[in-house]
Design a protein around this ligand. Sequence first.
Ligand SMILES: Cc1ncc(COP(=O)(O)O)c(C=O)c1O
Length: 484
Amino acid sequence: MQSAWIGDALAAALTRDGKEGLSRQLTRWLRQWIGEGKLAADTRLPASRDLARQLGIGRNTVIDAYEQLLAEGYLDTRHGSGTFVCALFKRHTVAAPEQRTTLGLSDRGQTLEALTRRDDDYHGAFVPCIPEIRAFPHRQWQQLLARHQRQARLLDFNYQAGGGLPALRQALADYLQMSRAVRCHPDQILITQGTQHSLALCALLLADPGDVAWMEEPGYLGARVALHMAGLQTVAAPVDEHGLDPEKIADPRPPKLIYATPSYQYPLGVTMPLARRLTLIDHARQANAWIIEDDYDSEFRYSSQPLPALQGLSEDARVIYLGTLSKVMYPGLRTGYIVVPETLVDAFRAANTRLNPEGHYPLQSALAEFIENGQFARHIRRMRDLYQERQHCLRAVVADSVASEWAWSSGHAGMHVLATLPPHLDETRLSQMAALEGIWLATLGKHFQAPPDRQGLVIGYAGVTEQDIRRGVGVMDRLARAHL
Ligand SMILES: Cc1ncc(COP(=O)(O)O)c(C=O)c1O
């Protein structure tokens, strides 16, 4: 196995400002990539002569680096056939695609595995949609949790079936009515383990295998996965500057489900205006379909008040509202909620109790107090200010880089912005190269079901410090200038 990208990656990574010798840099990069498993065991490195020619450096410089890594045990030579990554590093390697089919996975399992493979190291510049977890009031939260754990009743440790602790459902209903104009009674709320869980439940309970679901194009991969895994056929619903456009859907089959992020479309970052919201509600009514409104980060709005949720726009709107605490608190909390119409409450509760037996009532009790005593709203306000500052910082740093020539989304809300790339840049290549330097650039392309009609990067900034923003933009700038 030989990795064709090594030469290109080194060409982009090497700096020639004289601060660090070229041989040392080569050694450092190769050591890092081997250690991280990006260069897998048994990968053949380019011949020293070829690499030297490609990099425009002396052959001895490459030989020195290879010899150093041979001495350190990172590389191995095989007489007559070249220099290889040492098998000692096998533990870092991932099964090759052809091996995966032998793992005993079903077709669905393999699709799921291919769709969802992702790095464990999911943080830092510029991972989308990760909040600043360092700024969460951990100490107060721990105290609150400990108190609620101590005070819990014996029955709180049993299986639960009430759709969530009544106090938490009440606190969320009050919050949603006030801040999102959601029409709901606490009984209509079902506490889940986050939006992914909510989506899976909606797909199973509201549609049958083979039914059609309109899916925003481009859209949130997590939603596409949930719909596919329930056997639905996703039809691409084009998104323009006003969000999902129901009038532009080519497929004539009526949908059973319509997935939408009207507050801040993921990943394009546009907000659906009122007229489009009403049109969408009308389409759902005519098709007897349910709109799944994923309101994942509407709390972070920088230029105006959030628009009321779709769910609250009309008494009989066919909308299931999904919310999550992953963004406003922290993702590891694994808590979200579904607001369902009264007619569906019993079915949702019963199915959920069977599929994902409920629990964590002491934690839910702490959450209810966190919301009611105002700490929740205070934390959201602080984070809104912080994320706005970080977005300003990102824009200021970008202004001094080649990325200032790209088209950037308005960033009037949310935790990410979209940078649309000029045609001469390759988003996948840019993303792969940046990953080698620890910078996460999510490609726009992976959010499309059909072949993408444009290229871009989804840049998360909420959980990224100013220092990391500077480093990340620096890497992006250098790689883009190298015309990857
Ligand atoms: C569009 C969208 N919806 C929902 C979520 C949150 O999902 P969960 O509540 O499962 O953490 C995310 C997270 O990245 C998202 O981007």
